[in-house]
Design a binder for this molecule. Structure first.
Ligand code: ADP
Ligand code: MG
Length: 626
């Protein structure tokens, strides 16, 4: 049992990986929480695409539903944030792949309604139409609206149809969230060739590793956007990009910096903020103040005739804890990568919020070096996505991206134990196979339950799905050769296959998790596994002892049956008394007691087993059938 190997796909991009482009541009899309943008490679250079007015490349990730049912996306939708907040949906990315339960604690932050009929289902947003009827939209549909608008934008720029894209996601996005992003692309009429982690795209944008003369380098990508924070430690060598570790917070970003200002003003001026429209309005005023303070030392805003003042120093005193939180994530990421700060060669700054002087300075202080912010932090991710698209189009054959999986993936084995098949922080894409067998004679079915998490008992981890391998030909326990393969693709999507080798019976599933796991949960799960390592060890010891004891009991009973013609009544009853004692111990929780009883039974039966063997050999020599 438990024989396995890891087969990493390392090396250069293979010819099969290159898609035929039929001369069509493959675009790179940064589908952001706050802003989205599309980019492409033109004459060997990545460029972001501006709207028809030629002004901004950023498309605010906001969808507005007009009374007539038509939708507005981007700047036009943003303008409706104050006038019709209940029909203007922002931060859709926070909802992707999430259930109501995931969002229960934060749902009041949104100016629109998130329906809460069923705790376990994926969330939907409710929007009232002109007739006063509620219409429900999934985050996938809403994201598709944003993607469609980006598609239209670049089609106008290129004057031709665009149907293939690379879309980026935060490194922490789980399977459900990646699937949701893919589905949104499909709904927008885009064939999503690859889902790429944002930090990976950011490294590409800075061109690190794209040229041959590059020495190996270790970089940190610090991405503070409007809604999320990600830090990734990457090793880039000979055109191979490897994410060593990731950390972050899906609920920490520029929005929180705005909120800190709102809270401060509310205390200072005793502001009366009741409706969600008012909340939205103050938030916009606060955001303008924040942006201004990236350039100047103080700022005066106006809110319903009242002057609201804010100095950079005041703001920084309230932002300090937020920045501190990001630095703690940086420290954890370094720890996971088993690196000291000194090992980092470059710190890449990504996301609009890295324009804040306090952020720049604190990050530089933390890493003890100047940060790299020569590219527009708004565009970095999209530019990198465009470069990845160019690689897939076969225009840059020397680049391969390796990502990692943040939590272990495994299956349940006897006694509810977690058997991790792909350990956490493994490089993807990856394929791992492991051999199992049956534990009961004549077993014809095997349940394969797939879990994600770091704890020893599956009950403490998150179940991703299960399936049943059927039609195993009946054989004695231990004879079937069942191979379980885990395939984790470059998008982080898992396929599990089970095969019984003797009969060729095969079953496989693509694992789609029902709803998202928050990054807090992920952090909790990791923390939990550290805290409970000792308890888990002893739980595992007990389960293992019980499993072994049950096997011993089975063979003891079998032994009596097979040898009853020569065993004395006395010997049989002695064996039975030992097995009774062992069975009793198995019902208890004392691992040592079980082991002791097992030993006693073994001590007694060992000489008898020898005798049985001798008799069988003797019988065989006489040509008798045994
Ligand atoms: P996301 O990746 O979440 O879509 P972005 O990278 O587009 O986000 O960053 C958006 C955030 O950056 C917003 O919170 C915005 O207020 C903030 N931002 C943009 N420009 C500035 C600036 N000059 N100073 C401070 N914050 C800024
Ligand atoms: Mg971003």
């Amino acid at each position: 049992m438990a024989k396995y190997s890891i087969d990493l796909q390392a090396g250069k991009v293979k010819e099969d990986d290159v898609v035929s482009t039929r001369g069509e541009t493959i675009v790179g899309i940064d589908l952001g929480t706050t802003n989205s943008l599309v980019a492409h490679v033109r004459d060997g250079r990545a460029v972001a695409v501006a709207g028809p007015d030629g002004k901004s490349v950023l498309v605010p990730s906001i969808v507005h539903f007009q009374a007539d049912g038509m939708t507005l996306v981007g700047d036009a939708a943003r303008e409706q944030l104050l006038t019709a907040p209940e029909r203007t949906i922002y931060s859709v990315k926070r909802l992707l792949g999430k259930s109501y339960r995931d969002l229960a604690q934060v749902k009041d932050r949104f100016g629109y309604r998130i329906i809460d009929e069923d705790e376990d289902r994926l969330v939907k947003v409710a929007v009232r139409d002109a007739e006063g009827k509620d219409r429900y939209y999934s985050p996938i549909e809403l994201s598709a609206q944003i993607l469609k608008s980006l598609k239209t934008r670049i089609e106008a720029e290129l004057n031709s149809e665009v149907s293939r894209a690379v879309i980026t996601v935060p490194a922490y996005f789980n399977d459900a969230q990646r699937q949701a992003t893919r589905d949104a692309g499909k709904l927008a009429g885009l064939d999503v060739l690859r889902i790429v982690n944002e930090p990976t795209a950011s490294s590409l944008a800075y061109g690190i590793g794209l040229t041959d003369e590059d020495e190996g380098r270790t970089i940190a990508v610090y991405d503070l956007g409007g809604g999320t924070f990600d830090v990734s430690i990457m090793r880039i060598e000979q055109g191979i990009f490897e994410v060593l570790s990731t950390n972050g917070d899906t609920f920490l970003g520029g929005d929180d910096f705005d909120q800190a200002i709102v809270d401060f003003w509310q205390r200072k001026y005793d502001l009366d903020i009741q409706s969600s429209a008012q909340r939205g309005e103050v938030r916009l005023v606060a955001e303008a103040a924040k942006r201004a303070l990236s350039r100047q030392d103080s700022y005066t805003a106006e809110y319903h005739g009242q002057q609201l003042q804010l100095t950079r120093e005041e703001a920084e005193s309230h932002w300090g804890p937020l920045v501190e939180k990001t630095l703690q994530s940086c420290a954890l990421a370094l720890k996971d990568a088993k690196l000291e700060k000194e090992a980092i060669d470059h710190v890449i700054m990504v996301g609009g919020s890295t324009r804040i002087p306090l952020v720049k300075q604190q990050v530089a202080d933390f890493f003890g070096r100047e940060v790299n912010n020569s590219l527009d932090p708004d565009q970095v991710v999209a530019l990198g996505a465009a470069i990845q698209a160019d690689v897939l189009a076969g225009n840059q054959k020397d680049v391969l991206l390796l990502d990692i999986t943040p939590l272990s993936l495994g299956i349940e084995t006897v006694g509810g134990l977690m058997d991790p098949i792909i350990p956490r922080n493994s490089k993807v894409p990856t394929k791992v196979g492991r051999k199992y067998t049956t534990s009961v004679d004549g077993q014809v079915k095997l349940k394969v339950a797939v879990y994600q998490g770091e704890r020893d008992m599956v009950a403490d981890n998150r179940k991703l799905g299960e399936f049943i391998l059927e039609n195993i030909p009946p054989m004695p326990a231990g004879i079937p050769q069942i191979e379980i393969h885990f395939y984790l693709d470059a998008d982080g999507i898992l396929r599990v296959k089970a095969t019984e080798n003797r009969s060729g019976t095969e079953q496989s599933v693509t694992i789609k998790s029902q709803y998202g796991i928050s990054e807090e949960e992920m952090a909790m799960m990791l923390l939990d596994s550290l805290k409970n390592a000792e308890a888990d060890m002893s739980a595992r010891g007990l389960v293992e002892a019980k499993t072994e004891a049950n096997n011993v009991l089975l063979s003891a009973r079998k032994f009596i049956r097979q040898n009853e013609d020569w065993l004395s009544d006395n010997q049989v009853s002695e064996i039975q008394s030992y097995t009774d004692d062992l069975a009793k111990a198995v019902d208890g929780d004392d691992k040592d007691e079980i082991n002791r009883r097992m030993e006693s039974l073994n001590d007694f039966t060992a000489p008898l087993a020898h005798e049985a063997l001798d008799r069988n050999v003797a019988a065989a020599m006489k040509g008798k059938d045994v």
